[in-house]
Ligand binder design. Structure first.
Ligand SMILES: [Zn+2]
Length: 589
């Protein structure tokens, strides 16, 4: 009895469709089918783990064979299914029903297993109306198993229902999917899950701080099962659960410590960082969680800067005054750049075996970045390019020798931006970028070339590399945001129109040689010093990284490659996203 009481997940397993949390649509569809006595031979339940797929499949099976199904169909208001009382429902509750067969495809992937199932499916049900087969983790079935399965799908026996449950629907062959009735089980949204956990705590007399519930919800990705399991772990830790207890139990850094830590990083004080890491016993914390929470915090600061409050910021409610103060002293640009650094290093962080030390050195590197100091003022420095150079050298420092490949790829993408005509207006708008709250608009303006405003005609001219249609739409939408800025530049302007120019890569190249001879020289020098020597390029292991440069024969060597077609240049687009610059045809000698 004691054990049963302890196992919350089992105790709370839904016994009727009404107990299924956050899946109203799927439940309604299933109940309608039961009411109309219309069943499909094959169902596919797909969605995140722990969201109610298996539970709903079991409830469907119980309802189909419930002795009160007829009563439900006649009077759905008075009678629910599964009734939970009849002998069939009782057998289902104990998972002993002879007509319900649950198979874990993860351990029965072979074609022989499927053949056995299919053979048994031809026999009539023993007790109920139908035989129901629940195939859990169905995506794990082998190709041969799916093929055998397809045969029965073409002519399914009337007395059989198959339910395939899967977290990876795209792994189920299209031929199977097209013959099945699909239901999606989305992750349960935060507020429903939070409300549900509060009810559970009340029912189970669990004394818990409300913030702990928010913490649990934020950790479980919409999975009811995970949330309940976490709640159970937390409640066993103490008779009255505080947020600090819960964080400690989960190997997490406390919110207050997290904020202090991030503030030290933002202030760029390396010594203080080390002292602080030691103080909070950094090595005992779960590094992945610290990593994730730093990202959440950094993102929250961006939101706070724009004065937007969100449900996801609720965990920081207690510290809002402190966060506001930090947000006020830092630019969006800086916070965004730090987020970018997290994305840049994410893959290496995921792969490294000593995450704790990696994270420590990453934080130290962030601390030591000059940009942390430079960009904390509101003004965006004109030396934006030099920041990019630093960013690249920063990545490379962390990557070190065993990551030579990444390093080589990063080198190939040039650090300098495309040539620009620095007009008066261009300098003006660059200064103003930090005042624009729309990050996408900022990014577009940054990418614009030959940015100029014709005061007399009221025309905002800009040129882009590659297709301009995307920029056009976005800019037209943002006109109201741009007008006040333009008025600052040209007070008599009340309206303006856009004039777009589409640059081809070759034109940019031409412009570059016309306008920026000295810069070219500089780039050449950088290349000479930095790019690995020729034998390295011949090495087989680098070939992967350079494949993109050899795709098209008719691009002249040394010219900028137009990669605006993302489907054709996926890798290059990915690179450019992370390392500002452009893709050039590689010199062949
Ligand atoms: Zn029943």
């Amino acid at each position: 009895m004691q054990n049963l009481e302890l196992n919350l997940a089992r105790k709370l397993r839904p016994k009727t469709f009404n107990d299924v949390i956050g899946q109203e649509l799927s439940v309604r569809i299933l109940k309608n089918g039961l009411y109309l006595n219309k069943f499909f031979p094959v169902y596919i339940f797909s969605g995140n783990r722990g969201c109610g797929k298996t539970t709903s499949a079991r409830l469907l099976a119980a309802a189909v064979n419930c002795e009160n199904l007829k009563n439900f169909q006649q009077n759905p208001k008075e009678q629910d299914v599964p009734c939970g009382k009849c002998s069939s429902c009782n057998l289902m509750l104990g998972l002993n029903h002879p007509d319900f067969i649950e198979i874990d495809a993860a351990s029965h992937t072979g074609v022989d297993n499927v053949r056995q199932i299919l053979e048994s499916a031809t026999y009539l049900p023993l007790l109920g109306n139908k035989k129901i087969y629940l195939i859990d983790e169905a995506h794990m079935l082998s190709k041969a198993a799916f093929n055998a399965f397809l045969k029965i799908l073409e002519e399914p026996p009337v007395s059989v229902i198959f339910v395939l449950a899967t977290t990876e629907i795209y792994k189920i062959p299209e031929t199977v999917r097209s013959r099945a009735f699909q239901l999606f089980f989305n992750g349960v949204n935060s507020s429903s899950l939070s409300d549900y956990l509060k009810i559970v705590c009340k029912d189970e007399a669990i004394v818990i701080e409300e913030e702990v519930i928010d913490l649990i919800v934020s950790q479980t990705d919409g999975s009811v099962r995970d949330a309940i399991n976490l709640l159970e772990r937390v409640r066993l830790s103490s008779s009255s659960v505080t947020l600090e207890d819960a964080l400690k139990l989960l190997g997490k850094i406390g919110y207050e410590e997290l904020i202090d830590l991030f503030e030290i990083v933002l202030n760029g004080d390396e010594r203080e960082l080390i002292v602080y890491l030691d103080k909070i016993s950094f090595e005992n914390l779960a590094p992945q969680s610290v990593w994730d929470m730093l990202i959440v915090l950094c993102r929250s600061l961006v939101w706070i800067k724009f004065g937007i409050s969100s449900k996801s910021l609720k965990v920081f409610d207690k510290y809002s005054a402190k966060l506001k103060k930090i947000a006020e002293s830092k630019s969006v640009h800086l916070l965004n750049e730090i987020l970018q650094q997290f994305w840049l290093q994410e893959e290496i962080f995921a792969k490294t075996s000593n995450k704790s030390i990696f994270l420590e050195s990453f934080l130290l590197q962030l601390c030591m970045q000059d940009f942390a100091k430079n960009l904390s003022s509101k003004k965006i420095p004109s030396s934006y390019n030099s920041f990019d150079e630093k960013k690249n050298s920063f990545s490379q420092n962390l990557v070190k020798e065993n990551k030579e490949e990444i390093k080589a790829v990063a080198k190939e993408v040039k650090v300098d931006a495309l040539p620009e005509n620095k007009t008066e207006f261009h300098s003006f708008i660059t200064e103003k970028l930090s005042e624009i709250s729309d990050l996408l608009l900022v990014s577009i303006l940054r990418q614009a070339k030959d940015l100029d405003f014709d005061k007399e005609k009221g025309v905002l001219k800009m040129a882009f590399l590659g297709q301009t249609s995307f920029f056009k739409n976005k800019l037209e939408e943002s006109k109201s945001l741009l007008l006040p800025l333009i008025k600052q530049f040209s007070p008599q302007t009340n309206d303006f129109i856009f004039s777009f120019l589409e640059l081809k890569a070759s034109e940019v190249e031409k412009k570059k040689s016309e306008n920026l001879e000295p810069l070219n020289k500089k780039i050449e020098n950088i290349q000479r010093n930095d790019i690995p020597q020729k034998p390295k390029y011949d090495n087989q292991k680098y070939s992967q990284g350079y494949k993109v440069f050899n795709k098209s024969k008719n691009i002249e060597v040394g010219k900028v490659v137009d990669i605006s077609d993302e489907s054709k240049w996926p890798k290059s687009n990915l690179l450019v996203k992370f390392f500002s610059g452009r893709i050039e045809k590689r010199q062949s000698n």
